[in-house]
Design a protein around this ligand. Structure first.
Ligand code: PMP
Length: 424
């Protein structure tokens, strides 16, 4: 098929994320990608300011990552994980557990972030069942969260911005506290946690776990919150016998300036989900890490097996590229890079604060967010950005970037100046 023909076919037959089949938004065909650039089929080249939705921290077509996959491909692409195992899974498990916050001792490999969240919830529910506390079936979270699109995960996404209204009758009912508004510990006062405290005090007997995105709420609104909130959540969970699940799927692997966002609050969760940048954006893979207390607790009644087992669990290609991606990250000066990106985003997006159309500009690690007063008309804005050589995907009131860590200062300036131009 010629390019024009397959694009036409695709438009008529293939769904895109959160899109209409009858009236789809424009999509751009990508021919190849290298470094921080996407090469479109029509010859245009753009800087990827999204890192493919948080994933491509090393950029594209990375020799070390290509090599890892090629070597593994010569051995085996995939085998089932039921009853079989392999070195890539074992080595990746060792690396992940050694990097994770203290106390993480066991892990489960899932095949996507949403599935990891489902597994994390099952771990928490099975843990309490095995303790003879089967009444603990609810989750507690905060508004503006996002944890994935499967049913369990949707049940803890923001009740207004999420998809609750579409599936209200089918979603399990959980508890939602007000999200903190303090972005830093300087802005903290105890009223920030009062809604959360009230809910956990009143309902801890039925609450199995708290689930949160540590410090940065992503797809639910690109909001940042003070580490103090997370510290107090940890204390309240301990006080009321509730497990803490940290969803580090977006924040993991350096994005917020530390390897995991939890570290900035010196908090260790009971269960932690990772995904997205785990494979450097090469393949789909996620993992759910937990403490020895959780894994032993699931077995406390003598026969607790964790009831999950996806077909592509611990795919060897994905495990190998994840290991190579983590090694590449650790061998780089990623902390300095993320700090430098943070400083440059702060300096170059700051002028947007002067615009009446802009409500807020916020930066954390290698994440830059411009929140507009009015909601954004995505298609024309995206066209303008592409004309300036930049790929971004705004949503709602938000124009934001989380670029690959390997972006150069010149490339980042092109990105920020395009952002400033289109919002002011
Ligand atoms: N949790 C968080 C915090 C996420 O940002 C996402 C993806 N946007 C998910 C879970 C779901 O991951 P996936 O899209 O891989 O299912």
């Amino acid at each position: 098929m010629m390019q024009a023909d397959w694009q036409e076919f695709e438009r008529a037959h293939v769904w895109h994320p959160y899109a209409s089949m009858q009236n789809p938004l424009a999509v751009y065909a990508v021919k190849s990608a290298a470094g921080v650039h996407l090469q479109f089929e029509d010859g245009r080249k753009v800087i990827d300011g999204m890192a493919s939705w948080w994933c491509a921290i090393h950029g594209y077509n990375v020799p070390e990552l290509n090599h890892a996959i090629e070597v593994q491909l010569g051995k085996m692409a995939h085998v089932m994980f039921g009853g079989l195992t392999h070195a890539p899974a074992a080595l990746l498990a060792e690396r992940l557990l050694s990097l994770a916050p203290s106390g993480m001792k066991q892990l489960f490999f899932a095949d996507s972030g949403s599935v990891a969240v489902e597994v994390a919830m099952k771990m928490a529910l099975q843990y309490w069942q095995a303790q003879g506390r089967s009444e603990k079936t609810k989750l507690l979270t905060i508004n503006h969260g996002y944890h994935g699109d499967t049913f369990g995960a949707m049940g803890v996404c923001d009740p207004l911005a999420g998809m609750h209204h579409l599936f209200a009758d089918m979603l399990p009912q959980h508890y939602f506290a007000e999200a903190p508004t303090a972005q830093t510990d300087d802005q903290w006062d105890d009223s920030q946690i009062s809604s959360f405290r009230q809910l956990i005090e009143a309902h801890h007997d039925e609450i199995a776990a708290v689930i949160l995105e540590p410090l940065v709420q992503g797809a639910g609104g690109m909001r940042f919150y003070a580490p103090e909130f997370l510290r107090q959540v940890r204390e309240l969970c301990d006080c009321y016998d509730v497990l803490l699940i940290a969803d580090e799927i977006a924040t993991g692997f350096g994005r917020t300036g530390t390897m995991f966002a939890c570290e900035q609050a010196a908090v260790a969760p009971d269960i932690m989900c990772v995904g997205k940048a785990l494979t450097g954006g090469y393949m789909t893979l996620a993992a759910v890490l937990c403490t020895a207390n959780v894994s032993a607790g699931i077995h406390a009644d003598g026969h607790g097996v964790l009831m999950h087992g996806p077909t592509f669990m611990a795919n060897p290609l994905a495990c190998c590229v994840a290991l190579a991606s983590i090694d590449l990250l650790l061998a780089s000066s990623w902390q300095q890079r993320v700090q430098a990106i943070e400083a440059q985003l702060e300096q170059e997006l700051a002028p947007c604060r002067q615009s009446e159309r802009v409500k807020d500009v916020r930066i954390k690690g290698a994440i830059g967010v411009i929140e507009m007063v009015d909601s954004i008309d995505i298609e024309p804005l995206q066209k303008q950005l592409i004309a300036k050589g930049v790929w971004l995907r705004p949503f709602g009131h938000l124009l934001y970037t989380m670029p690959p860590f390997v972006i150069s200062t010149t490339e980042l300036s092109q990105l920020t100046s395009a952002m400033c131009d289109v919002v002011t």
